[in-house]
Design a protein around this ligand. Structure first.
Ligand SMILES: [Zn+2]
Length: 599
């Protein structure tokens, strides 16, 4: 095709390349047209050449109209790198090869990436083979070391090449400006980075990029140093463009660090992800609604619907290709996968589980209960659970008397008073002050109008306590009656939901109680606790590693035992005593975290 280069308009830097049916058609039009032009001309004269070029020009236009794409030949693609002032040694070091109107190059972890030579074309970048998180020279750690712990973070691979060409080896890119990996701080810290420089692109995405970097670095030890590229670079200005036109004598990095510094505003954290959807926490009402929408009627022994239902996820509306499981969700035999209740609900028109919950229940999450208990507000949590049980909804206005009346079988008046005081700490109460009311109150000689409370949106309360609501474990109304029962239920929610090994601290810290209280809650909430003990014969070299003496009043999860299962402290002195007591085998016993499950 390069043969036709000279026939193309604009000194023919570009050729036509078919990449789909429409383009193939356009190419055929171009070639047959060109052949006709060539055949109708006298043999190779200068004037006929001009004519061919003129005709080719209109043929190219026609071909482009038909969906043809203009593609640069390989030598031009490499020339574009030179226009960007990418140094030949950088092209070699990064193994940049011409490929499909762009460049193909390996990433540090061995994936392959492609960049379009035409920066205005879409897509700009593509993963060809595999994926990677960060782009930089292979030996980035020593580059950072040589720079005294400084590192540049740029928006894309082309900027890495530009910086490298400008002699800056300590530069990394996350392949995109649109997002910043949460792994960035750990990755940088592992290489000893202490200061991270950025000079974002002069556009909206660039401004967002700065905020994103600021957010991920917020809780790290790395200092962020952001520099403002000069506005003169224009709308599409970025590091690459700045380097391409750079003519000063001072080094490029020195120039960059002379630019005005600015403090990017960390982007707010994203909203907590959708509810975790294990079947146990999906309310029956939501499942029923989805089942009705899918016309699922009867279930068989294995939990699946007797008759197949239509899958809302693929377009074939005629066939019933999916089975609804009454607990697990929807399985589609055509899509070949499971869909969660939440996904299915959204697609089938029931709305998301979150919206359903908000519309249908006033349900406290375990996370919210935990936060209230930690904050010494168990009574408030109990009151909210009690009124939820009685069917109250957010926004309801009530007096203390109303609450006492409706919760009398669950909570004492004293508990309710305490709870309402806690509620006022978050949401102030108010008094009825309408003139009508006031008049009647004055007339009836009542001393003061009753305080009115408003039942808060639980999401608002969770926001004030800075908790993410994820698990909506149910608490039976009977367990609201006593504070200890209630706390034990909240404590037990996690191991009940997910049986397994837990460090005692993991369980007790959630509601800020002592280990001893935790043990009493195990019993109260009827959890089955199994200790995990590993006992094996002590090896000779392990004897050598034992300390001479450990002290009595410390607790150990490691001890020694003799053949009679007598326990000893893990030290050399014990070995001596075992020998004195008749010797025999010595065992090393380790107790690791207990296993917990629902009783
Ligand atoms: Zn399907």
């Amino acid at each position: 095709m390069i043969i036709f280069d000279c026939l193309m308009p604009n000194s023919c830097a570009e050729i036509l390349r078919p990449s789909n049916a429409g383009r193939a058609k356009s190419l055929k039009v171009f070639y047959t047209g060109l052949l006709r032009v060539c055949n109708g001309l006298p043999k190779s004269t200068a004037s006929s050449m001009d004519e061919i070029v003129r005709s080719a020009s209109s043929l190219v236009d026609a071909a482009v109209m038909l969906g043809g794409v203009l593609v640069a030949p390989e030598h031009t693609v490499m020339q574009r790198l030179a226009e960007r002032r990418i140094a030949p040694q950088v092209i070699t070091a990064f193994d940049i090869q011409p490929f499909n109107n762009g460049w193909r190059y390996p990433t540090p972890r061995g994936a392959y990436r492609w960049k379009n030579a035409d920066s205005k074309a879409d897509p700009k970048y593509k993963w060809l083979d595999g994926k990677d998180d960060f782009y930089h020279v292979q030996d980035i750690a020593s580059a950072i070391y040589n720079a005294g712990g400084a590192c540049w973070f740029v928006s894309g691979e082309a900027d890495v090449w530009a910086m490298q060409s400008a002699g800056i080896a300590h530069v990394i890119s996350g392949y995109t400006e649109a997002s910043v990996s949460k792994e960035l701080p750990a990755y940088l810290e592992s290489m000893g980075v202490t200061v991270l420089y950025i000079a974002p692109d002069l556009d909206q995405t660039g401004a967002g990029f700065a905020g994103k970097v600021a957010r991920v670095l917020q809780e790290s030890s790395i200092e962020l140093d952001a520099r403002q590229l000069p506005k003169e670079l224009g709308d599409k200005g970025d590091i690459g463009k700045a380097w391409a036109i750079y003519t000063r004598r001072q080094t490029f990095e020195r120039w960059l660090l002379g630019l005005p510094r600015f403090i990017p505003e960390p982007e707010p954290k994203p909203e907590p992800k959708a509810l975790q959807v294990d079947a146990a926490i999906i309310p029956a009402g939501y499942r029923q609604l989805i089942a009705d929408l899918l016309h699922a009627t009867e279930y068989q022994g294995d939990g699946f619907t007797k008759k197949n239902v239509r899958c809302p996820f693929h377009n074939d509306g005629k066939h019933a290709d999916a089975s609804l499981h009454q607990e697990k969700g929807l399985y589609c035999h055509v899509c070949g996968r499971w869909f969660t209740w939440n996904e299915t609900g959204i697609k089938a028109g029931a709305g998301s589980l979150r919206t359903w919950r908000m519309a249908n229940t006033y349900a406290l999450s375990t996370e919210l209960r935990e936060a209230l208990i930690r904050d010494n507000k168990t009574n408030l949590a109990r009151l909210l659970d009690a009124v939820a049980f009685k069917g109250w909804k957010a926004g309801r206005e009530f007096t203390r008397k109303d609450a006492v009346t409706v919760c009398i079988d669950l909570l004492t008046a004293w508990t309710i008073r305490q709870a309402l005081e806690s509620l006022c700490g978050f949401f102030p109460s108010f008094s009825i002050t309408s003139s009508m009311k006031e008049k009647t109150l004055i007339n009836s000689k009542q001393t003061r109008p009753p305080k009115v409370y408003k039942l808060p949106e639980l999401s608002e309360l969770a926001g004030k306590l800075q908790v993410k609501q994820i698990h909506f474990d149910e608490i039976p109304a009977q367990k609201i009656k006593h504070a200890a029962d209630y706390r034990a239920e909240v404590y037990a929610a996690l191991p009940r939901r997910k049986a397994g090994q837990y460090a005692r601290k993991t369980l007790t810290e959630r509601i800020a109680v002592s280990a001893r209280t935790g043990q009493s809650y195990d019993k109260r909430a009827n959890l089955i606790v199994t200790p995990n003990i590993e006992r094996r014969q002590l090896k000779p070299d392990e004897i050598a590693d034992l300390p001479d003496k450990v002290y009595k009043n410390r607790k150990y999860n490691l001890w020694l035992e003799d053949e009679n299962c007598k326990k000893y402290r893990p030290d050399k002195e014990s070995i001596k005593r075992i020998a004195e007591n008749g010797g025999g085998k010595v065992y090393r016993v380790i107790q690791s975290a207990n296993s917990y499950k629902a009783g």
